[in-house]
Ligand binder design. Structure first.
Ligand code: COA
Length: 151
């Protein structure tokens, strides 16, 4: 399964092809329009994971001064727990390492989102902070970082 995953840069056409299932099958973090703007942002880079021509996941980064921020990683509901999230994350880390002068990769994750927290821990991210009520009342964000100087 994992070995059959193909990673590609996400295009507007790719986003349009999953528009109708974004909410139900991918957990809609952002609405379509915000996502579309992100694809035009020169500091952002989004990738898709394809399995036999079907988009089964995506993820993206946003480049700040010396830090790469992971904006989201989502795997299609029926394809979770198969290693696809890990493939997407490792690819984003590789992209981050290849951008000049980047010192770290950072992200925020809901402190109740154990699958995501475990996914990031497995790739070497460390919990470095907590933002209380970041996602709403009693919805805290854990800040996690991967130090790119420690290769
Ligand atoms: C988080 C998410 C991307 C993981 O994708 P996935 O393809 O299911 O993850 P993988 O199969 O590659 O799993 C990699 C590791 O993540 C952790 N993990 C994944 N699913 C998990 C679960 N349900 N419970 C606990 N740990 C889990 C495990 O450590 C796993 O390693 P292991 O298989 O060796 O135990 C997926 O659950 C998802 O899309 N969730 C909704 C969107 C989301 O919350 N994204 C993160 C936003 S910051």
């Amino acid at each position: 399964m994992k070995n059959n995953i193909i990673i590609d840069k996400m295009s507007i056409d790719d986003l349009d092809s999953i528009k109708s299932v974004l909410q139900d099958e991918f957990d809609d973090f952002w609405n379509y329009n915000v996502f579309k703007e992100e694809l035009k942002n020169e500091n952002s880079y989004y990738i898709i994971a394809k399995l036999e021509d079907n988009i089964v996941g995506f993820g993206g980064i946003w480049k700040a001064v010396d830090d790469v921020h992971i904006t989201n990683i989502v795997v299609k509901k029926n394809f979770r727990k198969l290693g696809i999230g890990n493939v997407i994350l490792e690819h984003l880390i590789k992209i981050g390492r290849n951008i000049k002068n980047m010192k770290s990769i950072t992200l925020e994750v809901n402190d109740k989102n154990l699958p995501a927290i475990n996914l990031y821990l497995k790739s070497g991210f460390k919990k470095v902070g907590l933002r209380k009520n970041y996602y709403g009342l009693d919805e805290n964000a854990i800040i996690m970082t991967l130090d790119l100087n420690n290769k």
